[in-house]
Design a protein. Structure first.
Length: 277
């Protein structure tokens, strides 16, 4: 199965271009800088792909473009994540030049015997059994100017996407879930942190979630369970590392929480491959 997934990622990476992302790809091509282009990708991805969510973070001299699957009930997340990562690499080559390559690539899935397709496409070391799917590259790349960018066309495309973001089917709790899905494994993600990201007061966040029939703690627990299930089923990441990634001080606390969510221990869940009893 994993070899089939590797072939899928390779094929998508070979044939998809930045324009495969339609409005988002065009917005990226007409952004002033690579950083602005990736911000546009992150902000608008849900308009065209509800299955995947992305986040861009900077740590010192390193930039991290992280992807996560937003439909946790789907099995085999690598079938979604790996092609998305391959397309992202191609998009960055469109913006930075055909010789661009990441520093390394992180994948939240078990290693496979045939890694050559990954090396051939990404042109960088690939590390499996990671807590997130991430393209790692120099933060300086974010300051690169995008050649041929048209500010007027960018404004028009952004206006189109803004209208689509607020269209039918939009629910505020989904924004919170998407933010948490890519940030829980690297940040504390308190409600105040998420409110700050959304440029609103903590009480406003709580009120809007209450109006939608839910609360921040419930969404956080739900997202922690989703991430834990994925890591247990699709990677060999040790329980202690999963616990730490999800913000637990020790594995025992994570085990108790996971038992509340699922009725089973993480060890039993991993042994059963996530099958329901």
């Amino acid at each position: 199965m994993r070899c089939l997934k590797a072939d899928l990622a390779r094929l998508v990476g070979q044939h998809a271009t930045i324009l495969s992302m339609d409005l988002i790809g065009r917005l990226m091509l007409h952004s002033q800088t690579v950083g602005a282009a990736l911000d546009g990708l992150v902000s608008n991805l849900r308009v065209q792909d509800w299955a995947v969510v992305a986040a861009l973070t900077v740590s010192g001299d390193t930039a991290l473009l992280t992807y996560a699957v937003y439909q946790p009930q789907r099995k085999g997340t690598e079938a979604i994540i790996e092609p998305a990562m391959a397309v992202a690499a191609n998009a960055l080559r469109s913006l930075c030049g055909s010789d661009w390559c990441p520093t390394e690539v992180l994948l939240p899935c078990t290693a496979l015997a045939e890694v050559e397709p990954y090396w051939r496409h990404f042109r960088a070391p690939v590390r499996f059994n990671q807590e997130s799917a991430t393209l790692v590259f120099p933060a300086g790349d974010l300051k690169r100017m995008v050649p041929g960018a048209d500010p007027l066309l960018h404004a028009m495309l952004e206006d189109q996407l803004r209208r689509l973001r607020g269209g039918a089917g939009y629910e505020f709790p989904d924004d919170i879930r998407r933010l948490l899905r890519t940030r829980l494994t690297s940040n504390r993600c308190l409600a105040a942190d998420i409110a700050e990201l959304l440029a609103m007061h903590r009480r406003t966040l709580s009120r809007r979630l209450k109006d939608s029939g839910t609360g921040y703690r419930a969404i956080r627990n739900e997202t922690q369970f989703e991430i834990a299930r994925q890591l247990l089923e699709e990677t060999g990441v040790p329980l202690g590392e999963i616990a730490a990634a999800l913000g637990y001080s020790e594995a025992g606390a994570f085990t108790r929480a996971f038992r509340r969510w699922s009725g089973r221990t993480p060890t039993a869940w991993r042994a059963d491959g996530g099958r329901t009893r």
